[in-house]
Every structure is written in C-alpha cells, then in structure tokens.
Ligand binder design. Structure first.
Ligand code: UD1
Ligand code: CA
Length: 450
C-alpha cells in the first residue's frame, strides 16, 4: 500500500521554555522531528508532509536537511490536531493511498508497531495506536466494543466512567487519505478546549458506517516530550535502549551506563567500547575495533582492528583504516589515516592524508588554517614525523621521508629525504653552572633581607 506521512509539529511547546521549536530539540544527536521521520520511513512513504507553525522556517530547514523531498505545510494558528492534519490536504491533493499521522514530539514509535497498523488497515477503515497507560492522566480515552473502536473522548470532555478507561490514545492514526480529509471536514470545535480534535473522526467514521480499530503498543513507545525534564528522560530512555542493542549486537561495553550513543551509531561485533565514550552523529565502527575511555567521535569511520584513545577526539571526515592507532589527546578532522599508521600522542591532524604505516610523533600539528583558507597536508607511507613537527599546509612529506623533531616544515619533503626546519643547537661550556651560582646567590640575599 502507498503511504503518506503527516507529521504534526506546529505547537509552540510552551513548557520547553525555549526559543527553539519543540520538535527541533535533540535526542541522541538528532531533532525529535527526525526521529519521527525515521520511524515513519519504515513504511516507505511516497510523500511526507510536516505541519509546521511556530518556527516553521527552522523546522523546514531541519526536515529538508534530513530528507530534501519533504513538504512543509504551514499551520499559522494552532486550532487543534484535526485542523493541523487538514493543512496537509493541499500537499496530498493528488495522492492516493493511506495517510499515517505522527506527532513530531513523539520520537520512539517503533517500525514494527507501524507495520502492525498497516496490517490492521487491511481490515478496518481507521486504525488508531493505543496503549494501556499506567497513569492515564490527561490522555484521550479509547472507547471500544470488542475489536471495534467506537470513539475517542478527550480527558477534558470525558465522563467519570470514561475517565476510568486505561486504554489511551497515542495520537498515531492511519486511514485512507481521502477518507481522512472527508472525516476531518465533519469535525467541529464545540468542546471543552474549543479545538478541532482529530480524535473526533472516530465517532464520525462510526456514524457513517466505517470501521475503526485499535493497535496496541508499549506505553514507552508513545512517550511524548513537553518539557526539558521529559526531554532528559526521553534521552535516557533512548540511551538505555541503544546500550542494550549494542550489547545484544556483540559489542563489549565495560560500563554501558557511561557510553552515549547517537541515533545512527553503528558498531560492529566484537568491538570494545571503554567507559565514558561519546558518539556524535554519523559514526560507524567496524568489527574488532577498540574505543578507549573518554574518547569523543563524530562523523567518522573506524575500521577493523583500529585502536582509538583514551582521550581521543575524532571529528567529521575522519577515516581510520585497519589497524591504525590514534592515541591520547589526539584530534583528527577530515583526515584519512591509512592502514597501520599511528598517531599516538598529543597531535592535531586536520585536512590531511597519512600513508600506510606512517608514524606521527608526539605533538605533531598540521597547521591547516591560515586564518582565511584551509590547506591540505599529505604524509607519505612509511614516513616518520619527528615529535613536535609543525606541518605548515599546503605541504607534502614523501614516502619513507622523515622530519626532524621540532621542525617547522614549510616546504615539501621529497621521498626518502629528511626535512629539518629548526635552528642549529649551540653549547656554551660552563655557562649553566655559572648561571646557577648567580641565581642562588641572589636568592640567598633576598632570604636574608626578610
Ligand atoms: C493529543 C490527543 C490525545 C492523545 C494525546 C497523546 C487530540 C485532540 N488529542 O492530545 O487524545 O492522548 O495527544 O499525546 O488530538 N499540534 C499541531 N497543531 C495544533 C495542535 C497540535 O501541530 O493545532 C501538534 C502539537 O505540536 C503536538 C501534537 O499535535 O505535536 C499533539 O498536540 P497536543 O496539543 O500536545 O495534543 P494533546 O492535548 O496532548
Ligand atoms: Ca501532547
């Protein structure tokens, strides 16, 4: 079945106390909206419409950054969830198929759940995702009769008997798109909130002889974020699941509760991740790599058998080939490190390529930035960069070449050559002893004076 996604994200999110639209707050390195888009992507939607209002421009930029084909519909005034969905009508004018409504502030809906809804759609006109709430609070209540969903009553409008129902509305709804917009046309706002409730379409559908049913999911999946505290607990929930998944996938985490994952972190089997490692977005780690304690990685690829850290920082564009070593207090950015190369201590390698089995000495820095432009450094295979070398880019160090410790390398070093760029050392015999004498005598005079 062809599906269109409608994701609601026009609300201001007052309780976030933020200038940022609520759906753009991040969980695991991605806006909540992107989590909803990723969940919906499991149904391979033909079209995705985001309904935006507060901060619509920023919402559009974030949504299209993830998927350039996304359509953003504006809901200038937030008159209720039915009114919000109705704003997607134009964008879906020529669309034939099912529409799935998701909320942009409900990031944890699982693909299997949406698949179950799609399956239920084969037998029912409208499918609503419900859950048994531990504390039903102010959720809309699902009034059922056997398998049939008869209506949804909002808490504010519910009778005491209806409030006693624990089966609640998640907000996720699926129906044929044309049917959905037809039903919405019949929704009014004569209720406690004077809002156009999407939930009213169930009663309307039933009165027209259409069928409706409930698919159930875990309450945890329907977790919505309305405040910073809820954002923090959503993050915690995401992390707990990501850690459990990594362990299941055969990754060793010696202190799982201290490792932070991003929404898209991929780690191969038999890798080891030590405590306090942070994965930012777009990290892939192949099998059998070791990420040692307190390392921070983002936008990078780490190959089999590589060892990173402790205390390493891999920034975007870092590519580590097999059996490379990036040691403590090393920062890399936009750097391709070839097989077996080592950067073991206190270095910055940016906008650079490092050839196979090259050894980069402690304190080496690629001076890639002249204040205006970025320049490239190329370091040849089997080369040896002396400690504390400044490589002033653009510059190339050839295959099997060396640089002397403390050199400032401003010119290319040919293959097999030794590049030296430092002042020659001179020794003054006896000078140190004399200087010590003078200084100690001075100190003695000062001590007497006191
Ligand atoms: C809604 C449901 C309720 C359900 C609950 C689950 C309705 C009437 N009620 O209530 O049954 O139990 O979600 O969390 O649907 N939004 C817009 N434009 C609007 C109004 C809302 O884009 O005009 C968006 C919000 O940004 C939010 C989502 O729709 O992402 C839900 O709106 P919200 O006002 O939070 O609905 P609830 O009162 O929580
Ligand atoms: Ca809500």
């Amino acid at each position: 079945m062809t599906t269109a996604l409608i994701i609601l994200g026009a609300g201001m999110g007052t309780r976030m106390n933020s200038d940022l639209p609520k759906v753009l707050h991040h969980i695991a390195g991605a806006p909540m909206l992107v989590h909803a888009m990723k969940a919906g992507a499991s149904l391979a939607p033909e079209k995705t419409v985001i309904v935006a209002g507060h901060g619509a421009e920023a919402v559009q930029a974030a949504a299209q950054n993830w998927d350039p084909d996304v359509i953003v519909a504006l809901q200038a005034e937030q008159l209720g969830t039915a009114h919000a969905v109705d704003q997607a009508k134009d964008a879906l004018r020529d669309f034939e198929g099912d529409a799935l409504v998701l909320y942009g502030d409900t990031p944890f809906i699982q693909p299997q759940t949406l698949e179950a809804m799609a399956t239920a759609r084969a037998h029912h006109d409208v499918v609503v995702l419900g859950f048994e709430a531990a504390d039903p609070g102010r959720y809309g209540r699902l009034v059922t009769h056997g398998d049939t969903l008869e209506k949804i009553v909002e808490f504010k409008d519910a009778s005491e008997g209806e409030r006693a129902i624990t089966l609640c509305n998640s907000g996720v709804i699926m129906a044929d798109a044309a049917t959905l917009f037809d039903l919405i046309a019949g929704v009014g706002n004569d209720n406690a909130s004077q809002e156009y409730y999407l939930t009213d379409i169930i009663g309307i559908a039933r009165s027209k002889g259409l069928t409706a049913t409930v698919v159930r999911c875990d309450e945890a999946e329907t977790l919505g974020v309305n405040s910073r505290a809820e954002l923090a607990s959503a993050e915690a929930q995401f992390q707990a699941r990501a850690r459990a998944n990594a362990l299941d996938d055969g990754v060793t985490l010696s202190a799982p509760e201290t490792v932070t994952f991003a929404h898209d972190t991929v780690i191969g089997r038999d890798s080891i991740v030590e405590p306090n490692v942070v994965f930012g977005p777009e990290v892939t780690i192949e099998s059998g790599a070791t990420i040692r304690a307190f390392s921070h990685l983002e936008g990078c690829h780490v190959s089999r058998g590589a060892v990173v850290g402790p205390y390493a920082r891999l920034r975007p564009g870092t590519e580590l080939a097999e059996h490379t070593k990036i040691g403590n207090f090393v920062e890399t950015k936009n750097a391709r490190i070839a097989e077996g190369a080592k950067v073991n201590h206190l270095s910055y390698i940016g906008d650079a390529t490092v050839g196979e089995k090259a050894n980069i000495g402690a304190g080496t820095i690629t001076c890639n930035y002249d204040g205006v432009f970025k320049h490239k450094t190329s370091i040849g295979a089997n080369s040896f960069i002396g400690s504390n070398t400044m490589l002033v880019a653009p510059v190339t160090v050839g295959t099997g070449a060396m640089t002397g410790s403390g050199s400032v390398i401003t010119e290319d070093v040919p293959d097999g050559a030794l590049g030296l760029g430092r002042t020659r050392q001179t020794n003054r015999p006896g000078f140190a002893s004399k200087l010590f004498q003078i200084l100690r005598a001075k100190k003695a005079r000062q001590t007497k004076g006191h």
